[in-house]
Design a protein around this ligand. Structure first.
Ligand SMILES: Nc1nc2c(c(=O)[nH]1)N[C@H]1C(S)=C(S)[C@@H](COP(=O)(O)OP(=O)(O)OC[C@H]3O[C@@H](n4cnc5c(=O)[nH]c(N)nc54)[C@H](O)[C@@H]3O)O[C@H]1N2
Ligand SMILES: Nc1nc2c(c(=O)[nH]1)N[C@H]1C(S)=C(S)[C@@H](COP(=O)(O)OP(=O)(O)OC[C@H]3O[C@@H](n4cnc5c(=O)[nH]c(N)nc54)[C@H](O)[C@@H]3O)O[C@H]1N2
Ligand code: SF4
Ligand SMILES: [Mo]
Length: 724
């Protein structure tokens, strides 16, 4: 490592070090931990008596929390909390409390029967990016070893998989943000693409304040979001046209002589092939496709190129498309042309979403993956991990189906007949949700482990109540690649068990040796470290003890004395030749285009006061008072054309179905676009409408674009694919 970069990294470690040590241990002093929700993982102190949450100073949140963080203790004691296992004797019977023995014996018995009759792939597992590293790791091991199934994937496939795929092929390593968040504080220019952190990570926006105040913030979002309000330049493309826009901006960089040729020469490969695709996308042509003025494309590129310190950041608006992986690649190409990735004071990053979105995609709950971000189809990786697990590599199954493909296959001849869900609520959050619900209903056995009776749990045969964030220890890897310790701060209700405990209980009943499935998070983490050793995401030098001592450990951390890697690309990228790769990509456009029947482009996303499927946050009064129901953001003229006034109830319809939402007239909306949050259940589900077409590389669904129309709610019942 060079002098400059080494001292840069040491400074980051020193700044980050002291701030995450354990609480003082004095009674009433509280326990230092992190928020249950998003990937910023804001630091907080939880006190048990009286139960309270207060923010803690930390480099990412600097003493801030959003409304969700402030109210997060509510779910620990909410009457909506699950406190005992539930089961129904038959599909049409109601859920009733049962003992743990009864619940686990029944699940194990039915799983054994299915496997004997239909083979190991008749059982599927669906995980979540909110699970701790320990849980995600043990879930993957449980699927491959105790069940022997290839059928495991998780909700992160819906979340950052396109950026993960694009990052891996460009940089040889997927660490979403390959630099600490606090680096952004000195940026002169930041380009945010399809990201609305003012609502999705409010304390993060503090790091962009200086940039915004100096006129250096550029936002690309079809909507004029609260984030876009702070920008010097807001580019509002038609949803689904980002790839063309990125090509146009690369074209502008070349036309205007802003390419960093020395960097391209010394640190990258493949510029020529990427340029061949971009050469056909001159900014005026892009203007006609994306609706962003050519002058704004030139201005945005110039702002980035001329800044001393510039960053490009993407989030779900860029990714949740049928061409999401290529779209992220196109933005990486632009960042590479400007010489940003792996340069001190500059960079490219993707904002991971879920609490453990980063760690959750590294340790083996993904269909094609083994711990340490190893590939399941790599013989050396299989050998290594099988060795740690004490099994024969030949017995490990191969890659399985991706999340939506797995849900779509449930109950079919060649698909799983039982599904175990840990940490996701697909009845609300999966695309074409009514169809997914129908597939879930066709199963012989649906098991859901959750903290609340989510809409998915409501339809399960067996529901297992689990401990939550503040009731257990475990590690999370935040959006900046730093491994954080969440600590037990309060006692769980007596009849509630941890996910690790459940996996242990099931594994033993399925004939596994008990020591193969430890229940203590610290022990599981040590095993995860060994399994990850030598892999791309190497955690082998991290331990709960080092985290308890407050060390700031950004992976990779390949040995117990290694200080961690806050900025992995400063000297070399992850490919064998150390270079980043331009990827030649071309614009394709969304799978479904507006037409006479469905003339509007529907896009979906988040509001500040609800989290994801809303299973947790819809239990919180203060949050429901802010956003308690679905709304559709629409230009007043577009609403008027559909005969809808502000505040009226609209029907929003697509080829998949229809849902209801309150009309919010927003004059800054593009007249051709409507926006729905996806947090609400039943007939208010945005996902009754979304198109489940998948990106061919990442297998991520196109949540961000489908064709739709608005109707005023009529009293007569309306046909839809779902139950509505
Ligand atoms: N309040 C809240 N915060 C959250 C979450 C939550 O549910 N609620 N979830 C967490 C998780 S898991 C995630 S993944 C993150 C997501 O964080 P974000 O990515 O910031 O959130 P989204 O609202 O999904 O999408 C961001 C923006 O993309 C825009 N967009 C839509 N289509 C396009 C397009 O074609 N191109 C471009 N450029 N932009 C487009 C939308 O208008 C939206 O403003 O948030 C995390 N934080
Ligand atoms: N239309 C549309 N749909 C989307 C998106 C979009 O932008 N638009 N975004 C997608 C994205 S980015 C994401 S990340 C997904 C998220 O969607 P989901 O996967 O549904 O995410 P959550 O609502 O967070 O569901 C997590 C569930 O796990 C429970 N839970 C929390 N902690 C634990 C734990 O430790 N153990 C167990 N067993 N359970 C736990 C919670 O109570 C909750 O019921 O939605 C996707 N769906
Ligand atoms: S920004 Fe994310 S981590 Fe921070 S308090 Fe809000 S939900 Fe929690
Ligand atoms: Mo996400």
């Amino acid at each position: 490592m060079s002098q400059v970069t080494a001292s840069h990294d040491d400074a980051a470690r020193a700044e980050h070090r002291v701030t995450d040590a354990a609480g003082t241990g004095e009674p009433g002093a509280g326990t230092a931990t992190h928020c249950p929700y998003c990937a910023l993982q804001c630091a907080m102190t939880v006190t048990a008596d009286p139960l309270s949450v207060t923010p803690r100073d930390f480099p990412t949140n600097r003493g801030g929390l959003c409304q969700k963080g402030w109210t997060s203790a509510t779910v620990l004691t909410s009457p909506g909390r699950l406190t005992t296992p539930l089961a129904r004797p038959r599909r049409d019977a109601p859920l009733r409390p049962v003992s743990w023995e009864t619940a686990l014996d029944r699940i194990a018995g039915e799983l054994r029967g299915l496997r004997a009759e239909h083979g190991p792939d008749s059982v599927g597992v669906f995980g979540g990016g909110g699970l701790t590293n320990e849980k995600a790791y043990l879930l993957g091991k449980f699927a491959r070893v105790a069940l022997g199934t290839s059928q495991i994937d998780y909700n992160g496939r819906f979340c950052m998989s396109s950026a993960a795929a694009a990052g891996t092929r460009a940089f040889g390593l997927d660490r979403g943000m390959p630099f600490p968040v606090s680096d952004l504080g000195s940026a002169d220019a930041v380009l945010l693409i399809g990201a609305n952190p003012s609502e999705t990570m409010p304390p993060f926006v503090g790091h962009l304040r200086r940039t915004a105040d100096r006129g250096g913030l550029i936002v690309i979002d079809p909507r004029r979001t609260p984030t876009a309000e702070r920008a010097a330049l807001h580019l509002a493309p038609t949803p689904g046209t980002d790839l063309a826009l990125a090509l146009g901006m690369l074209h502008a960089a070349v036309l205007d002589g802003l390419v960093d040729h020395a960097y391209v020469e010394s640190r990258t490969s493949g510029f020529d092939s990427a340029w061949r695709a971009a050469a056909a996308w001159w900014p005026e042509r892009v203007e006609r496709v994306a609706g962003v003025a050519a002058a704004d494309q030139h201005a945005a590129v110039r702002l980035l190129a001329e800044a001393d310190s510039a960053y490009v950041l993407t989030a779900r608006g860029t990714e949740q498309h049928a061409d999401g992986a290529d779209t992220v690649s196109a933005w990486i190409n632009l960042a590479l042309a400007l010489g940003l990735p792996g340069t001190p004071g500059a960079g490219f990053g993707c904002l991971t979403g879920q609490g453990n979105g980063q760690g959750g995609r590294e340790h083996g709950q993904k269909a094609d993956q083994l711990p340490g971000y190893r590939r399941l189809d790599d013989p050396a990786a299989r050998q290594h991990v099988a060795g740690v697990w004490g099994v024969d590599a030949a017995d490990l199954p191969g890659p399985g189906r991706s999340a939506y493909e797995l849900l779509d296959a449930l109950g079919r001849d060649d698909g799983p007949r039982a599904l175990l869900v840990f940490g996701s609520n697909p009845v609300v959050s999966a695309p074409r949700a009514a169809h997914v619900q129908e597939r879930l209903a066709s199963l012989d056995l649906l098991v859901v482990a959750d903290v609340v009776l989510s809409e998915t749990a409501e339809t399960a045969d067996v529901v297992l109540p689990v401990t939550q964030w503040a009731e257990e220890d475990g590690t999370m890897t935040s959006l900046e690649g730093r491994v954080l310790l969440r600590r037990r701060a309060v006692d769980p209700p007596p009849q509630v068990r941890s996910d690790l405990d459940i996996l242990h209980g099931l594994a033993v009943r399925l004939g596994q040796p008990p020591e193969r499935f430890p229940v203590a998070a610290e022990e599981v983490f040590a095993e995860l470290g060994a399994a990850s050793a030598g892999g791309p995401a190497d955690y082998s030098g991290i331990s709960h003890a080092r985290l308890r001592a407050g060390e700031a450990l950004f992976w990779p951390v390949p040995d117990p004395t290694h200080p961690g890697t806050p900025r992995p690309f400063l000297d070399a990228f992850g490919h064998a030749d150390g270079r980043a790769r331009f990827i030649a990509v071309d614009h394709r456009g969304p799978a479904e285009q507006p037409d006479a029947e469905f003339p509007l482009v529907l896009t979906t996303g988040r509001v500040l006061a609800q989290y994801q499927s809303g299973a947790q946050t819809r239990l919180i009064r203060e949050l429901n008072e802010v956003s308690g129901e679905a709304h559709v953001e629409v230009h007043p003229d577009t609403a008027a054309r559909a005969g809808l006034a502000d505040g009226a109830t609209a029907l929003v319809r697509s080829r998949r179905g229809v849902m209801t939402a309150r009309v919010h007239c927003v004059p800054s909306m593009r007249p051709d676009v409507v926006f729905l949050p996806f947090h609400f259940p039943g007939v208010q589900r945005a996902n009754l409408l979304t198109n489940p077409v998948l990106d061919p590389v990442s297998r991520m669904p196109e949540f961000k674009v489908c064709a739709a129309r608005l109707e005023s709610a009529r009293p007569t019942p309306v046909q839809s694919e779902g139950e509505f």
